[in-house]
Ligand binder design. Structure first.
Ligand SMILES: Nc1ncnc2c1ncn2[C@@H]1O[C@H](COP(=O)(O)OP(=O)(O)OP(=O)(O)O)[C@@H](O)[C@H]1O
Ligand SMILES: O=C(O)[C@H]1CSC(c2nc3ccc(O)cc3s2)=N1
Ligand SMILES: [Mg+2]
Length: 537
């Protein structure tokens, strides 16, 4: 296999050590003796300090060991963002248990799908979803115990976290001997991809994957290490989980919110003099456009990090005018422990997702021949990295289909890199619309629709058509008072895009576009809406 047309990552500053992330986090918590907060609930002001976090995680780890849990176990954390969310996460990592997380808003059907993948032995959840897991426990014999993390009251179905710890150790401890693991093989996390295209898959990330991520976040060429972070992203998704775990390792402050309430978000940003914002395009759009933002002091912010989906250049420019901060765009997947390219402090080009990170390599593969292409040629983005997953949990078939014969991760995304090695992500291959042999990118039509003043949100999918194969169909959320018609919108697109991209499938006006917690369009849900629309044609 030629190494020609492979983009090497930034040379690493240090080698990846063979120590568990439980030990790495434990060592950094030990150094943090002053009574400063690790987590603050941005809405209630409730705090857990670093010394409290150290004693709770060590005590819970001991209690888990005393009840038979260890490197053979899988521990589930399923809760809305909470000041104690990371207590079971870190305690599990100390004892070498695998950590899996799930969206507490999942329906029983969705939970059944993901539970059968990771098969957790013990569930740490918020009190409001104990009943869901108690129902599942009656059907799934691998679930042994349920512990509620946000209450002091135990119930028949779930012990409180404090009761579980108190009943299983003699006294609180603030030291632990963490379990030694084979960091290249031992799974640290089983995390679910966003379920944008198909049903979520259980991505297995090893301790070595996470170690590499920690080192990248420590890299002064890319990020400012010490920070005060505001995170409204869900801790149960890779983005919120891994970036917050990195903040813990760096002994930084994480101010979190449970949901995105604009006034609360802005007040927290100002009150806690937040320096780093983790964003997805939908939040960034609000910060760039909303008049509310201008009523607050934004001067503390010196880093804005955005990934997950394409970010329009105009939005990036508007944000920069307001915050006077360059956005660090990043590209990655759950399967690559998130970002493998980062447009970090050494900012390269607007609209680019930046340069390849240390410990990673990137190539662009021709869709027909599979051969790697040179600069400014679009094709499938392929990744090799110390951060690439071990595989999909209990899904060897999907794992095999996700790598090529040389072990490159096939991302399913289309893009190109320029002569400086800066990556530009153009679309997702799985979503391309096939109109008479043309490949039409939904994101391109969506970007045009969003330039219309009366269109708030939109999502484009390919509708089956016996003559053309597929035709673009747009779901549109328009301003309440807008008189826009289907034909107006079709003409708007016809004036701006070439023939194959016209909305021959039509336009459907809807109240909202289905999105996942990081603001990505759930196209498989759009396809279900399309089927309902088609049945009425
Ligand atoms: N900077 C970016 N620009 C464009 N797209 C991005 C960017 N960062 C991430 N993405 C998109 O997000 C995807 C990775 O997201 P994630 O792993 O959360 O799940 P998903 O791929 O959206 O869902 P699923 O794999 O379950 O269908 C990438 O494959 C890419 O399509
Ligand atoms: O890992 C990082 O460095 C941070 C910087 S921004 C980023 C993101 N990558 C993805 C990939 C998929 C997704 O659904 C969200 C994000 S945010 N990760
Ligand atoms: Mg994916």
């Amino acid at each position: 296999m030629t190494t020609k047309f492979v983009v090497e990552g930034l040379p690493p500053l240090e080698p990846i050590k063979e120590i568990s992330i439980g030990e790495i986090i434990y060592q950094s918590l030990l150094t943090h003796t002053d009574n400063t907060p690790a987590f603050v609930d941005g809405k209630t002001g409730i705090v857990i300090t670093y010394p409290q976090l150290l004693s709770r995680t060590c005590s819970l780890a001991e209690a888990l060991r005393n009840t038979g849990y260890g490197p053979h176990s899988t521990i589930l954390v399923s809760s809305k963002n909470h000041v104690r969310f990371f207590v079971p996460v870190v305690a599990a990592l100390y004892i070498g248990a695998k950590v899996t997380t799930m969206n507490p808003n999942y329906t029983p059907t969705e939970l059944t799908h993901v539970m059968n993948i990771s098969q957790p032995n013990i569930v740490f959840c918020s009190e409001d979803v104990v009943h869901k897991y108690a129902d599942l426990k009656r059907k799934m014999n691998f679930i042994e115990k349920i512990i509620a993390i946000d209450t002091t009251k135990s119930s028949v179905e779930a012990e409180s976290l404090n009761d579980f710890i108190r009943e299983n150790i003699r006294s609180m401890v603030s030291t632990i001997s963490t379990t030694v693991v084979n960091t290249r093989e031992h799974v640290a996390f089983i995390l679910y991809s966003s379920g944008t295209t198909g049903l979520p898959k259980g991505v297995m990330l090893t301790h070595r994957n996470i170690n590499a991520k920690f080192l990248i976040w420590k890299d002064p060429r890319l990020f400012i290490e010490k920070n005060r972070t505001l995170c409204v992203l869900p801790f149960f998704h890779a983005y919120g989980l891994l970036t917050t775990l990195t903040a813990l390792r760096a002994n930084s402050l994480t101010v979190f919110l449970n949901e995105f309430e604009p006034e609360v978000y802005m007040q927290a940003l100002q009150d806690y003099k937040v320096t780093r914002l983790y964003l997805a395009p939908s939040f960034l759009l609000f910060l760039a456009k909303s008049p509310l933002v201008l009523q607050y002091d934004l001067s503390s912010v010196n880093e804005a990090i955005c990934g997950a989906a394409p970010l329009k250049k105009s939005t990036e420019d508007e944000f920069k005018r307001r915050f006077n901060v360059d956005i660090s765009q990043a590209y990655g997947l759950t399967e690559s422990t998130l970002a493998v390219t980062i447009n970090g402090k050494t900012r390269s080009k607007p609209g680019s997702s930046g340069k390849v990170t240390p410990y990673s390599r990137l190539a662009i593969r021709d869709l027909e021949t599979g051969k790697f292409l040179g600069p400014n040629n679009a094709g499938e983005i392929c990744i090799k990295s110390e951060m690439v997953m071990k595989g999909y949990c209990r899904n060897p078939e999907a794992t095999k289909n996700t790598f090529n014969e040389d072990g490159w991760l096939l991302t399913g995304d289309a893009g190109y890199y320029d002569e400086d090695g800066d990556l530009f992500v153009t679309d997702r291959l799985k979503e391309l619309i096939k109109y008479k042999g043309f490949q039409v990118a939904p994101a391109e039509i969506e970007a045009i629709l969003l330039t219309h003043d009366e269109i708030i949100e939109c999502g484009v999918v390919g509708m089956p058509d016996e003559r053309a194969g597929e035709v673009p169909l747009a779901f549109v959320v328009k301003l309440e008072q807008s008189q826009l018609t289907e034909r107006d919108i079709q003409k708007f697109v016809e004036e701006k895009l070439s023939n194959q991209k016209w909305l021959r499938g039509g336009v459907v006006f809807v109240k909202r576009i289905p999105k996942n917690p990081t603001g990505k369009i759930l196209r498989r849900n759009l396809r279900l809406m399309m089927k309902q629309y088609q049945s009425k044609l």
